[in-house]
Design a protein around this ligand. Structure first.
Ligand code: M6R
Length: 608
């Protein structure tokens, strides 16, 4: 979603912020802009379209500023056009601000300012911050921020420059992340630490209600009372090399191919095979928490919710612990009941998803213990939760989640086995499951080695405009994820159902123009799924099956089969999902879609 980047230091600020914006491109955006102060004037350039377009505009202008702020906008309030793009200004252009988040009471604040004779130029909620700032400004940046921030309802990360302070950037945040990169006599401001990793891995995270004043010579952070806060500088371990496409045409394809390695990374030092045990000691969660858990509540959105839904089957089957999985945006408004001994697991690749953060805030306020399952070090979710289990997938740049999904499912499998062994699984069962799970990187590699076969299938099926995806048990959430991948990457309408539900209504849509992708990875329900296939065939629906090798009966019924390497039902989601990620990728490739940055989507959904 929207991205903020800022720079103060001795180097040329504009090229640095443009480069910084490029690293945030993957978050999804529709317009971009920069601003800085030069010779007592606020200078800015902004337009709809890509950063490359902005860079071309700036080439001609030779903009020299000492501090610069920049932004990529993902439209929420107002159309995609240059007026609505950030930065925003006050009526006299004394300052410029960029903003992530949503100011929920902007209409009221705006009409109060309009009543004072202040003219607005954009349709955005963000402009009100600039206008309000100028209205209350009496010469002091900090005092002005202390005055206006309590007036803003909603969420915000703000960076700004003021013509009276050409070397300063001011920053503030509430429920929207903002990180400050600390270099040698230079500072970077970014909504995402990846933005400045090229320059420094030293970072300060701004907490809710904190204000920062940044100059090349130093940085001061204040709390909401205006008192100085002593902040710790943290070191980030991600490396810049991890954020490269290498020889792949798309980040998404690279990330699909990363999966054997990313699963292996997660496996390192996790198995005590002779005891049938999983080792999670280093993750810092005391065994008592696990022992006392009698109920699990999983919260997440999108792909992470699908991973959580596979996790719910795993916790119930392997750990025998009742598990509820909820979409964060729905859960939050249910006035949730938090029972004693409930372990809350909040799953988020980015750790920035506003809906999940809001649900976690709600639960923390009710006294719940929250474990985050997250990919991003230093993310807001990780800082908010009692513990974080990192999925170690490495940076995921493609907007469509692939390797994060598999590592989320693998991590939940390890956790389910660990809890299972504590509660009821025998040592022999533990050994059996460890042997199976350890095969996963090899099985994923096998699937990847058959990518060409999947490409051939995509060439055959890419002209269809509606698809059903069906599966039973573990294959139902797997089909939800597969359908989401197809929608996101190829813009083809796809809907997932538990296979048994088809006959309760959706079957009305089956005909020769509506193919079904059937996921056979659950052997326990194999014969039931075969009967569902007969029902579809009776209505002339084309069927593409993804089935484990050896289940030859499938091929006599369906039109096409991709044969998957066999594993136990519990872990079949992994090879199946990888095959379906490739299917969506090739479908999108055949249709000429923007695979890494699909239209309308954002990598980190930072608004509710
Ligand atoms: O960062 P998160 O895991 O919290 O993100 C949740 C969803 O926004 C995300 O999974 C989204 O559905 C992706 N576009 C899936 O590919």
């Amino acid at each position: 979603m929207c991205g903020i980047f800022g720079y103060v230091g001795n180097k040329k600020a504009i090229p640095i912020v443009l480069e910084g914006l490029k690293t945030l491109e993957y978050r999804g955006y529709d317009s971009a802009g920069v601003a800085g102060i030069s010779q007592g004037k606020t200078l800015f350039y902004k337009d709809k379209g890509k950063i490359g377009h902005l860079a071309k505009l700036l080439e001609k202008k030779r903009l020299e500023v000492e501090a610069a702020i920049a932004h990529t906008r993902w439209a929420t309030h107002g159309k995609v056009n240059s007026l609505n793009a950030h930065p925003h200004f006050d009526a006299h252009e004394t300052l410029a601000i960029v903003h992530n988040g949503i100011i929920e009471n902007f209409q009221k604040l705006k009409s109060d300012l309009v009543a004072q004779g202040i003219a607005f130029v954009s349709e955005t909620d963000s402009e009100v911050i600039a206008q309000l700032f100028a209205f209350h400004f009496q010469g002091n940046l900090k005092q002005t921020l202390l005055k206006i921030l309590p007036l803003l309802e909603g969420s915000f990360a703000i960076a700004g420059v003021h013509r009276n302070f050409p070397k300063d950037i001011f920053v503030a945040c509430k429920n929207s992340p903002l990180a400050i990169g600390v270099g040698e006599s230079e500072y970077f401001v970014s909504s995402d630490v990846n933005g400045f990793l090229k320059y420094t891995n030293k970072v300060i995270f701004l907490e809710n209600h904190e204000i920062g004043l940044i100059q090349p010579s130093g940085l001061k952070i204040y709390n909401e009372k205006g008192e100085i806060v002593a902040k710790q500088t943290e070191s980030i371990t991600s490396k810049i090399e991890e954020i490269s496409k290498l020889h792949y045409p798309h980040f998404t394809l690279k990330e699909i191919y990363d999966q054997p390695e990313s699963i292996n990374r997660l496996f390192k030092n996790r198995f005590e095979e002779e005891f049938g045990a999983i080792c999670l000691k280093d993750m810092g969660i005391d065994e008592e928490t696990f022992m006392e858990t009698s109920r699990i509540l999983i919260l997440a959105c999108g792909t992470s919710w699908h991973a959580g839904s596979v996790g719910a089957y795993l916790f119930e089957s392997l750990s025998r612990i009742p598990t509820q999985v909820e979409i964060s945006s729905e859960f939050r408004y249910k006035n949730p009941i938090v029972m004693k001994d409930t372990l809350v697991i909040a799953i988020s690749q980015s750790g920035e998803t506003a809906d999940t953060l809001a649900a976690v805030h709600e639960l923390k306020a009710k006294g719940a213990k929250v474990i985050a399952v997250c990919n991003r070090e230093g993310s807001e979710l990780s800082r908010l939760s009692d513990h974080t289990l990192f999925i170690q997938a490495g940076p995921e740049i493609g907007v469509c989640s692939t390797k994060a999904f598999t590592n989320q499912v693998v991590l939940l499998s390890l956790l389910a086995l660990h809890l299972g062994r504590m509660h009821h699984l025998s040592k022999e069962e533990g050994i059996h499951f460890i042997r199976e799970i350890k095969k996963l990187p090899g099985l994923v590699s096998e699937v990847l080695s058959c990518a060409d076969e999947i490409h051939v299938l995509a060439k055959k099926y890419n002209h269809f405009t509606h698809f059903f995806f069906i599966g039973r048990s573990y294959m139902y959430p797997t089909s939800l994820e597969a359908a989401l991948k197809l929608k996101e990457m190829s813009y083809i309408h796809a809907q997932a159902y538990p296979a048994g539900e088809l006959k309760h209504g959706p079957i009305a849509l089956i005909d020769s123009n509506c193919p079904t992708v059937a996921l056979f990875g659950n052997k326990h329900t194999f014969s039931k799924l075969l009967s569902n296939m007969m029902e579809i065939k009776a209505r002339e629906g084309p069927i593409l099956a993804f089935a484990p090798r050896g289940f030859d009966e499938v091929s006599s019924i369906v039109d096409d089969v991709f044969w998957l390497p066999d594993t136990c039902d519990e872990f079949a989601s992994i090879p199946t999902s990888v095959a379906l990620q490739l299917f969506s990728y090739y479908m999108a490739l055949e249709r000429g879609c923007d695979i890494d940055q699909p239209r309308n989507l954002a990598k980190s959904v930072t608004v509710e």
